[in-house]
Design a protein around this ligand. Structure first.
Ligand SMILES: NC(=O)c1ccc[n+]([C@@H]2O[C@H](COP(=O)([O-])OP(=O)(O)OC[C@H]3O[C@@H](n4cnc5c(N)ncnc54)[C@H](OP(=O)(O)O)[C@@H]3O)[C@@H](O)[C@H]2O)c1
Length: 239
């Protein structure tokens, strides 16, 4: 897909380190796209407030989208949750808590499919359209060799199933659409900070590197690739 030549609106959802960098990168390579940052802490001029855990916020998000005159062409979800001051990823079964599971599922699994539901009415079937969402390799069940991180792993696996199912429905409704489930690699962000010690320097990417790798991959996708789970280097990840 020639994303660089596309005209219309692109939404980058999630104002974290990869999200901000992705907005900058897309704006630089696709000058005819209006890139809009969506999230809770968006500060740039062209932005929409969206709290992914609040249904009312989704309603106002849809109202804001209805005001665009240009067609919606690309939506990338870069939001995610792994830890906070109060919630840490589980190292073992005894760390499991209902609140941790719910928080991870709320952001990593439920939010991506609610985003898809909100944007669906703005997709033009006659134009190529891309919906990409950041998952994580640890959401692969067959790749799980180390254990731990129960809630994060399970919530990303659930995201993968939601979006694979979405790709099947949208293949019928929007034959020119692509749904891509992406693993960005290990990226130097707030989310990965506490877990970077075991990562070799050359495997810890900057948000700018991740943005470039992922956008290059997306530019090579065609509708027949819709529903794939793909890593930063273009390799397909097993479910
Ligand atoms: N970094 C890595 O090494 C790595 C590896 C594999 C996968 N990933 C995935 O890549 C994605 C991006 O992660 P990142 O590293 O850029 O992390 P990040 O800097 O922590 O960004 C995550 C963003 O999600 C947003 N978010 C969380 N809850 C939200 C809500 N209720 N409403 C709106 N936004 C919300 C956060 O917004 P606030 O700023 O408002 O809190 C935050 O900006 C995540 O899905 C992550 O799982 C990252």
């Amino acid at each position: 897909m020639k994303i660089k030549e596309w005209e219309g609106v692109a939404l980058i959802i999630g104002s974290g380190d990869i999200g901000k960098s992705m907005s900058d990168y897309l704006s630089s390579i696709a000058p005819k796209m209006e890139v809009v940052a969506c999230g809770r802490n968006v500060t740039c001029k062209n932005s929409i407030f969206l709290d992914l855990e609040d249904d009312k916020s989704f309603v106002s998000f849809e109202n804001d989208l209805s005001l665009f005159k240009k067609p919606l062409r690309l939506v990338m979800n870069t939001s995610g949750f792994l830890h906070s001051d109060f919630i840490k990823p589980e190292k073992r079964l005894s760390h499991i808590k209902r609140s941790n599971i719910i928080k991870n599922f709320s952001i990593n699994a439920i939010a991506p499919i609610l985003i898809a539901k909100s944007i669906e009415k703005f997709i033009k079937p006659e134009l190529p359209f891309l919906f990409a969402s950041l998952s994580a390799r640890v959401g692969s069940i067959s790749d799980n060799r180390l254990g731990g991180r129960y809630s994060y792993r399970a919530s990303k696996a659930a995201q993968n199933q939601f979006l694979k199912t979405l790709s099947i429905e949208w293949r019928r409704k929007f034959p020119l659409s692509i749904v891509s489930i992406l693993h960005p690699g290990t990226c130097d962000t707030k989310l990965s900070k506490p877990f970077q010690s075991a990562v070799p320097k050359n495997k810890l990417f900057t948000p700018a590197q991740c943005s470039e790798y992922l956008m290059n991959i997306l530019s090579c996708q065609t509708p027949s690739d819709s529903g794939k789970f793909i890593a930063w280097d273009g390799s397909e990840i097993e479910w």
